[in-house]
Ligand binder design. Structure first.
Ligand code: BTN
Length: 260
């Protein structure tokens, strides 16, 4: 079933987010459509949504599995001041976690930098692309993919690492309610971004205190994910004792070392 846009709109409590929706039954990637819209002057808060993506993409050029009519694929167009740019990678995963929790009672966690996990498997991914003009942002695109009513085929390449809300709950849930809650949470978190939001994000960051391998700027580092700062950076204590600030990268979580 396709998204019921009037139902989605009726659930919005936002001033700006989602007040203009660009809806497509199918597209390559909502990131590309959003970029064209942003370049053409789209108002901040505009959202590009697709029922299906033929070239959905994730971080590091990976693809994002995007079958029709079951999940959520959308990109928010924002025009934040440069001081607020960094908060997006804190606000976005937290908004998704809170929306899932409120609508389903599930307890999602964040795998740094911004994967949303349920029961250790990935339910949502977030892709943030900033377009800068000198040091100031022209726009930021926040792409969110959430597996909602998706029965992941057991032979799919993502079967062992991914999950969906319906697989966790053993029932289908309303995509309209989830999407409206994400937009509502997102806007209110953006308005309060700062210490409280950071603390709530950090509380859900399951990466902390775990042994972690990070590939960052072509190098691989091993150590303990010791802390995270207010900009969403991870502080990694490498095995030689150095505390490294990691801005972005690929994090592989290791199970805690066995104790004897
Ligand atoms: C990741 O986990 O690597 C990020 C995945 C982001 C997927 C979403 S789906 C909507 C938007 N359009 C895309 O092509 N990608 C993002």
């Amino acid at each position: 079933m396709w998204l019921d846009l009037p139902a989605l709109e009726s659930l919005l409590k936002t001033d700006r987010l989602g007040r203009r929706m660009i809806y497509m039954t199918s597209t390559g990637s909502t990131m590309d459509v959003a970029r064209l819209e942003a370049d053409a002057g789209a108002d901040p808060g505009s959202v590009v949504i697709a029922e299906e993506q033929s070239a959905g993409r994730g971080r590091f050029g990976r693809s994002w599995v995007s079958p029709a009519g079951t999940n959520l694929y959308f990109t928010l167009i924002l025009r934040p001041p440069s001081t607020a740019l960094r908060s997006l990678s804190v606000v976005a995963p937290l908004a998704v976690c809170r929306a899932i929790e409120t609508r389903t009672g599930l307890a999602p966690a964040i795998k740094w930098p911004n994967d949303v996990l349920i029961g250790g498997r990935k339910a949502a991914g977030i892709l943030i692309e900033n377009e800068l003009s000198g040091a100031s942002p022209r726009f930021a695109l926040v792409g969110i993919g959430l597996n909602v009513n998706f029965d992941i085929p057991p032979d799919s390449e993502i079967a062992s690492i991914a999950t969906s809300i319906s697989m966790e709950l053993k029932r289908e849930v309303s995509r309209e309610e989830l999407m409206a809650s994400i937009l509502n949470e997102f806007e209110s978190l953006l308005a309060d971004a700062g210490g409280v939001v950071y603390a709530a994000w950090k509380e859900r960051l399951e990466t902390l205190g775990r042994r972690t391998t990070i590939t960052f700027r072509g190098q691989t580092y091993e150590g303990m994910a010791e802390d995270a700062d207010e900009n969403g950076n991870l502080l990694l204590r490498t095995d030689d004792g150095t505390l490294m600030t990691v801005e972005a990268g690929e994090v592989t979580l290791r199970p805690p070392a066995p104790t004897h």
